[in-house]
Design a protein around this ligand. Structure first.
Ligand SMILES: Nc1ncnc2c1ncn2[C@@H]1O[C@H](COP(=O)(O)OP(=O)(O)OP(=O)(O)O)[C@@H](O)[C@H]1O
Length: 609
């Protein structure tokens, strides 16, 4: 395990302690929290968590974040003194004897953020900053050297999987790395979907091109980054700000569901980006309620503009999206003139998964932690499947019953009873909103943004770790939700179509996981579609050159592909396997981050399910 990974694990275990505490508090109310006992077992050594092997001496650069988290745990658990001492000890120890190896790694990491690879075919763009990364992709902020397009985000996706054609030495080195058709199909599908979309709350596709080794997806820039970081920064959002955000996400979904026949299927705080606005101090600042010390001032809420420096919302990442009906023919996709009930149902279930996610996001915005959480993946899966969540007191005490009512209609297990996007938008809590923000060019005017430093919004002013453990954690929680729902979708489909419906349906075969052969065909079909677009002859020639080397994709391996949703067992197994691969129980950590942010009140009571 790399040292950086060890550090991350340390941070996560700190959060794990918080999560354990909250869970325990829910179950036992006043009984002593086991997490606190665990932490207290090693009060002078924050690098060690009882029962865990990881011990990492904290370098100064990293000591603030875990220390901060530990302090939050401590405040709630009554062990602040121990932790203050522990953190001090760790900090002074590191001051005295910094680990030179670690220091070098950190320095290299920091330097590598400002040095970027040279990507063939991307010469037009000057890469400015790395904004995100994944197993097979990096996202950069970039500037148009020609000046026409201004700043953009470029998602660079590696085409090739290494080492899977070992022994074929006669091939050019590049061809040892074999792209898979699934990968290609998914990339092209993502681009094809995005190409058709034009909505103020959806990140626009600017261009798509490719080189021998990479796909380049050039996107409208959302300079504020991920909403996730803002939940961490602000602790939770006021009802006005939550409404401001969720209405915009809902408008994007309304457009996708009702106008474009697209379901997003990956709505989560990580994929909700925003354009920042300047901070406007509150005209009548409200005195902080007891226990609300952590709440960061959002400033004045301006209807139609925003607050907390969060302006226009943009949803991103259509890597898991699918088309459920053809907007030209107004028929379910791939079934011209044929609309069997099960196809209509399938479309409905797919949309309802986005609505569930909308409920999870709204819940998280309002209180600062997710609706479903458990340290055990099995229990978490079960909680999601049964819709077991609660408006936990005291955190939800001051949040309106109307907001709770709306969330309850979204986190409804039966998809037939769950609110549709139209019902969501007509709910009284939503109707209480002012104007919806438009894609107002004024918000982009340099003079309005000049005083504004977007990087400030990210983890205390640094994009230190754009994939913070917190982000990974919350992401896992949403992923479990999606696994459960896909599995339910599939079960419903099977029930309606009958036991022979094991293979991909006509509806799904372009948009769901497919066999290798089918996907090859699909990749060709999609390419044909792409060729008819405005992507340019040069890019097309590049694609022709590369076609011979293409096989089944790697996207699935990195989570691009859709996981089989056939049975619950498979979904659970898949999440378990992913945990094993990572060597750490990351699921526990994300929720814990957010729970840690809300740790300043004791859990006095537990609402019923
Ligand atoms: N248009 C954009 N503007 C600003 N930041 C962006 C943009 N697109 C992506 N990002 C940043 O890059 C991250 C990864 O982007 P995206 O989710 O599209 O890539 P991905 O490789 O599909 O990720 P994942 O593994 O989460 O599916 C985002 O979470 C965000 O932080």
């Amino acid at each position: 395990m790399s040292t950086i990974q060890q550090l991350k694990n340390f941070i996560r275990h700190g959060k794990q302690a918080r999560a354990n505490y909250d869970d325990s508090a829910k179950k036992h109310e006043q009984s002593p929290p086991p997490a606190a006992q665990k932490v207290m077992a090693n009060p002078t050594d924050p690098g060690r968590v009882a029962g865990k092997e990881h011990h990492v001496p904290l370098p100064e650069a990293y000591s603030v974040q875990p220390g901060d988290l530990q302090n939050r745990v401590a405040q709630a658990d009554g062990v602040a003194a121990h932790h203050a001492e522990a953190n001090q000890t760790a900090s002074s120890r590191n001051k005295k004897s910094p680990d030179p190896h670690l220091a070098q790694i950190i320095q290299e990491e920091n330097e590598s953020r400002s040095k970027f690879p040279r990507y063939p075919g991307l010469e037009r763009w000057e890469l400015v900053e790395k904004m995100g990364d994944g197993a097979f992709s990096n996202v950069y902020r970039a500037r148009d050297r020609q000046g026409d397009a201004g700043e953009v985000a470029i998602k660079v996706v590696r085409k090739f999987e290494m080492n899977n054609m070992q022994g074929q030495k006669h091939l050019h080195p590049d061809f040892k790395k074999v792209p898979k058709a699934v990968e290609r199909a998914n990339i092209l599908k993502e681009v094809q979907i995005m190409r058709q979309l034009d909505h103020p709350n959806i990140v626009k596709l600017v261009d798509f091109s490719e080189s021998r080794q990479y796909y380049y997806i050039i996107l409208e820039l959302a300079p504020g980054g991920e909403l996730f970081h803002q939940i961490v920064r602000l602790t939770y959002f006021s009802e006005d700000l939550s409404r401001h955000v969720i209405v915009q996400v809902a408008k994007a979904l309304e457009y996708l569901h009702e106008e474009m026949g697209v379901v997003h299927r990956d709505i989560k705080p990580e994929n909700i980006l925003f354009r920042p606005i300047p901070f406007v101090p509150s005209k009548n600042p409200k005195p902080k309620q007891p226990g609300d010390e952590d709440k960061v001032d959002e400033g004045e809420f301006i209807p139609g503009v925003g607050a907390g420096e969060i302006g226009l919302i943009k949803i991103a990442d259509f890597g898991l999206s699918k088309i459920v009906w053809d907007k030209q023919t107004m028929t379910p996709c791939g079934t011209v003139g044929y609309t069997a009930p099960e196809i209509v149902k399938d479309e409905k279930y797919s949309k309802s998964v986005d609505m569930w996610a909308l409920g999870c996001v709204l819940y998280t915005l309002l209180c600062g932690f997710p609706p479903f959480y458990d340290e055990s993946i099995e229990v978490l899966t079960e909680k999601v499947a049964k819709g077991q969540f609660t408006f936990l007191s005291p955190w939800w005490d001051d949040i309106s019953k109307s907001a709770q009512d709306l969330i309850s209609h979204l986190l409804t297990v039966d998809p037939d009873k769950r609110y549709s996007i139209k019902e969501f938008l007509s709910h009284p809590w939503i109707q209480g909103s002012g104007p919806t923000p438009r894609d107002d060019k004024k918000l982009q005017e340099p003079e309005r943004l000049r005083a504004f430093d977007a990087s400030r919004l990210i983890d205390g002013g640094k994009r230190m770790d754009f994939r913070s453990p917190g982000a990974v954690n919350l992401r896992e929680i949403f992923d479990v939700g999606y696994s459960v729902h896909r599995q339910e979708e599939e079960a419903k489909r099977r029930k309606q179509v009958g036991p022979k419906a094991g293979g991909p349906s006509r509806l799904t075969n372009l948009h769901e996981e497919s066999s290798e052969d089918e996907t090859k065909v699909n990749a060709d079909q999609l390419e044909q579609g792409m060729r008819n677009t405005n992507l340019g002859k040069e890019q097309e020639r590049g694609r022709e050159r590369n076609r011979q080397g293409e096989r089944q994709g790697e996207r699935e391996a990195r989570g691009y592909g859709q996981h089989s949703a056939a049975v619950a067992q498979a979904a659970r197994q898949q999440v378990k396997d992913r945990q094993k691969q990572r060597g750490a129980f990351e699921l526990n950590l994300d929720g814990a981050t957010l729970l840690g942010r809300r740790a300043n009140k004791p859990a006095a009571s537990v609402g019923g399910f």
